[in-house]
Design a protein around this ligand. Structure first.
Ligand code: UFG
Length: 334
């Protein structure tokens, strides 16, 4: 059954492409809008691709008018914490001016619902090792988190124009489609799980632990790793919440369980058949928070969302994708 068009800004990227897969399985047509600066045309498999930049408000408006979507899901952003410290200008331009351009195009084209990719980085540096609720203090310690918080606020203010929103604060997305149709393909890759997986598979020489003197049990940073298809499902629930007349809200998307960098490295070692690889201990990476784990009760209550995958499935699907011919050939052919 064809339910309707959903615009997916940044749908050629990692979380965007997995969301398109799930939208299509649920009977929606995902219309991907992407400038392909970070995403790949090969990842657009479940609907048309419109190549455009979110800063180009006129093109966005035309695309929105052409497809008359039920909702816009906005993934198109710069996402790496370390890069944001080095190049804040690009982050403010893409993530804040870009989001404003999306809202302006929605206003002109009359699109009333937006689901926005936000992040745990809006919370800053928590004092305790307690899961973070949405009411935790908002005090980002890196430009990435600052830009996402600014965009969240800007989106909420546009409710005056009848634009309703759900801002989803992701914790650490990971894993891949178990059938291997899409997976994580950042270039350069900076995220922990794909880097450790690639090292275990012999595609990289070594993995570095960025900081071993954090105030955590083993001195390395703790994160809440959530499977990308669980995140994708939350977007569909958020779209249906809005199209069903639900209110604007913000919620965390995480599992509620945290793992340290060392625990991730050990888990990947074990799951890849105890392959040995070099682990270096280096200085902290600028902008990193020590402990980020979600309290996900809000998402459970309002969206009826619960993560279905745990760490084992996250690592298993990442290992499968990065071992696949599809992944290796993809890079060979570029
Ligand atoms: N890390 C290493 N070595 C590496 C890479 C990462 O020790 O080679 C560490 C980082 O220092 C951090 C942890 O592994 O402590 C996770 O780092 P990632 O780069 O995988 O992810 P981040 O937590 O920095 O950021 C990710 C997303 C953000 C999102 C955040 C929310 O990139 O968009 O999760 O928790 F905001």
């Amino acid at each position: 059954m064809d339910k309707d068009n959903i615009i997916v800004l940044g749908g050629a990227g990692y979380i965007g492409s997995h969301t398109c897969l799930r939208l299509s399985e649920e009977g929606y047509t995902p219309i991907v809008v992407d400038n392909l600066s970070r995403g790949y045309a090969e990842a657009v498999q479940w609907g048309p691709l419109e190549k455009a930049d979110i800063l180009d408000t006129l093109s966005l408006t035309e695309i929105f008018k052409k497809y008359k979507p039920l909702a816009v899901i906005h993934f198109a952003a710069l996402i790496e914490v370390g890069e944001s410290v080095k190049d804040p200008t690009s982050f403010w331009k893409n993530n804040v001016v870009g989001a404003l351009s999306v809202l302006e195009a929605m206003k002109v084209a009359g699109v009333k619902n937006i689901v926005f990719s936000s992040t745990a980085a809006v919370y800053g540096q928590p004092d305790t090792e307690e899961p973070l609720g949405e009411d935790s203090s908002l005090d980002p310690i890196n430009p990435y988190g600052q830009t996402k918080l600014a965009a969240e606020r800007m989106i909420r203010d546009h409710e005056s124009f009848g634009i309703k929103s759900v801002c989803l604060r992701y914790f650490n997305a990971c894993g891949a489609d178990p059938e291997g149709r899409v997976g994580e393909m950042h270039n350069p890759e900076t995220h922990l799980i794909p880097l450790v997986v690639q090292t275990a598979l012999g595609l990289r020489q070594q993995i570095s632990i960025f900081g071993t003197d954090y105030p955590t049990a083993d001195g390395t940073c703790v994160r809440d790793y959530v499977h990308v298809l669980d995140l994708a499902d939350a977007h569909i629930k958020a779209v249906e919440h809005l199209t069903g007349g639900g209110e604007t809200f913000v919620c965390n998307l995480g599992t509620g369980s945290g793992y340290s960098v060392r625990e991730i490295i050990n888990a990947v070692k074990e799951m890849s058949g105890n392959r040995d690889f070099e682990v270096l201990e280096t200085d902290r990476r600028s902008g990193d928070q020590a402990f980020l784990v979600a309290d996900n009760k809000h998402a459970q209550k309002i969206l009826g969302w619960q993560p279905t995958s745990g760490l084992e499935e996250n690592i298993r699907t990442a290992l499968k994708f990065h071992s696949s011919d599809k992944y290796r050939n993809f890079w060979k052919n570029r």
